[in-house]
Design a protein around this ligand. Sequence first.
Ligand code: MF3
Ligand code: CO
Ligand code: CO
Length: 271
Amino acid sequence: MLENNIPLYNKEDFKGMRNAGSLAARILDELKEIIKPGISTLEINDFCKGIADNNNAICAPFNYGEIPGERVPFPKHICTSKNEIVCHGIPSEKDILVNGDIINIDVTVILKGWHGDSSRMFQVGEIDKKKYKLLKTTYECLLIGIRNAIPGKTLGDIGYKIQNYAKNKNFSVVKEFCGHGIGKKFHTPPSVLHYGNKGQGVKLKPGMIFTIEPMINVGDWKTIILSDGWTAVTKDKSLSAQFEHTIGITENGNEIFTLSENNSDFPIKEI
Ligand code: MF3
Ligand code: CO
Ligand code: CO
């Protein structure tokens, strides 16, 4: 079924999404122990791919998203976006994490045809108060978005609440990338902007499935893409952070498909 060109999913579909989402979460749960100074982002990539393989799942980013003449297919299995990288960082053997780095790991698995898409920030060793505030605020932006993703509210309500919260903390919201519908395909309508106006945009209905994945910058919201065609960095080189869940709208609210099974949704030490 379609509503405003947005697919509506049934109970069985929700089951498929629950299983895929739970695998993405379990992969992210395992990373807390291995993300330390000295590890390369390629090692993190291979570790995630190994778990996906063991569970008969595919990492959706690999070979995804070619735009002929403009962008090569994504060459690795997860996205690793460190410090001033906003999203779509490419894992590399040369990219070695050092104490004080902050890094987003974005995992999307395909399990029995269904996509589970989630990302979390990780701290490398010890981080300062300024970085902690960015990570905490970004995670809170995601939670506020999810809290407002309920029947009767609109996509604009989600974006408005996120933007308002970030602004009050003196951070900016990235505008060039957004959340998205997801299911048997990686990216479908709707686009879920992380800024917007109260009451505007599509009304949320039970059966809709999409991601919320705010990217929050310390400085200006503008981004540029590096010559690899993928890596998006802040234009002013300020720090950026992101958290992502895949959710489904239910009769009474929503279900988060990618929740951590051991409370590691925010795997950051409190300061
Ligand atoms: N997982 C990303 C998202 O949240 C998309 C990555 S596309 C890739 O939508 F090709 F870069 F992997
Ligand atoms: Co996504
Ligand atoms: Co993602």
